[in-house]
Unconditional design. Structure first.
Length: 330
């Protein structure tokens, strides 16, 4: 585990940051609204002094996870997580009702789940919602959480009512898949991990090497009519090492750019990735690599967050500092 507390998280539209006492008026705008807090576990604040008391109670430390949700400089909600056991975190959130229905909560929740699993190291992130509030369950599903069942009498709402609570969760396996680590020599002839092509562009396995997390990277040359035009990498693994590296990496030599070779190569390797136990690909790139960004978007990649590469990551030592984290569904 890597207990790093509440660090800034950047999503496509939002910034998640620590709460401050000066946020009291904004927080009270929803925490003091009975309609906004109808399905929450706490009673609506009667006045702003209750909100100020709440903000003073948030003591940030390496095991505290509590963010304000910022949209264009304005605080519109909060999201946080509690540690249930050494491997599980439980999330909760509230958004000002003036911003409901625009996908902000799911966007924030998805990024927090990635942070808690990939950066902190939890194996499971779960959440529950009031049984009369199915909209919250749909938000969780949009964030990639899977319905697990109903926990009887799990939450106490409004300090008086115990409710049977639908529970949803995301696990590290949901995020990274369950990769099958197979050395090339153990693969049958013709296996897509060994190479393939589309009639013009081919990917040819050149080597396989172990990764620091225990995973395995397959390296390929990209060729057109026998001429090398680039390089492709598929990495099977999990955890923070893989997260910032990505399952897929590619380069196309400058002379051969503009033909869509990178996109075509990734599409060809997708079936091999699925057969190796992945249900999605994590693909990362530098924020200023506009060509790669366009390639990932054409592949259907969803931008989850823009994140600083941890100083403990081996990529940091080679000069990498910031990565855009995308997910492509297989």
């Amino acid at each position: 585990m890597n207990f790093i507390g509440t660090q800034i998280i950047n999503t496509p539209r939002l910034v998640l940051r620590r709460l401050k006492l000066s946020d009291a008026q904004a927080v009270f705008s929803w925490a003091g609204d009975e309609d906004n807090t109808q399905y929450m576990s706490f009673v609506a604040h009667k006045d702003i002094t209750e909100t100020q008391k709440f903000l003073r109670s948030v003591k940030y430390g390496d095991r505290t996870f509590h963010w304000g949700i910022i949209l264009e400089g304005k605080l519109i909600g909060t999201i946080g997580a509690n540690i249930l056991n050494p491997y599980t975190a439980e999330t909760g959130y509230i958004l000002h009702r003036g911003y409901w229905g625009q996908g902000y909560t799911a966007e924030a929740l998805k990024a927090v789940i990635h942070y808690l699993i990939a950066d902190v190291g939890f194996n499971r992130v779960c959440a529950g919602h009031h049984p009369d509030n199915p909209n919250s369950g749909r938000v969780m599903q949009k964030a990639g959480m899977v319905y697990e069942g109903v926990a009887r009498g799990f939450y106490r709402f409004k300090n008086k009512e115990f409710a049977d609570t639908p529970i949803l969760a995301t696990t590290a396996e949901d995020l990274f898949g369950r990769p099958k680590i197979v050395l090339p020599e153990a693969l049958p002839q013709g296996h897509p991990l060994l190479g393939g092509g589309d009639g013009e562009l081919s990917y040819i396995l050149t080597s396989a090497q172990s990764e620091p997390d225990g995973g395995l990277s397959y390296d390929y040359n990209l060729t057109v009519d026998g001429t090398k035009v680039g390089h492709l990498r598929l990495t099977l693994g999990n955890g923070q090492e893989l997260y910032y590296l990505g399952h897929i990496g590619y380069t196309v030599e400058e002379l051969y750019r503009g033909h869509g070779y990178a996109e075509r190569a990734v599409r060809m390797i997708m079936s091999a990735a699925a057969g190796a136990g992945l249900n999605k690909l994590i693909i990362t790139c530098n924020p200023d690599n506009y060509a790669s960004i366009k390639t990932i978007e054409r592949l259907g990649g969803e931008l989850i967050r823009t994140a600083d590469v941890p100083k403990t990551h081996y990529m940091y030592k080679s000069g990498e500092r910031v990565k855009r984290i995308y997910v492509v569904q297989l």
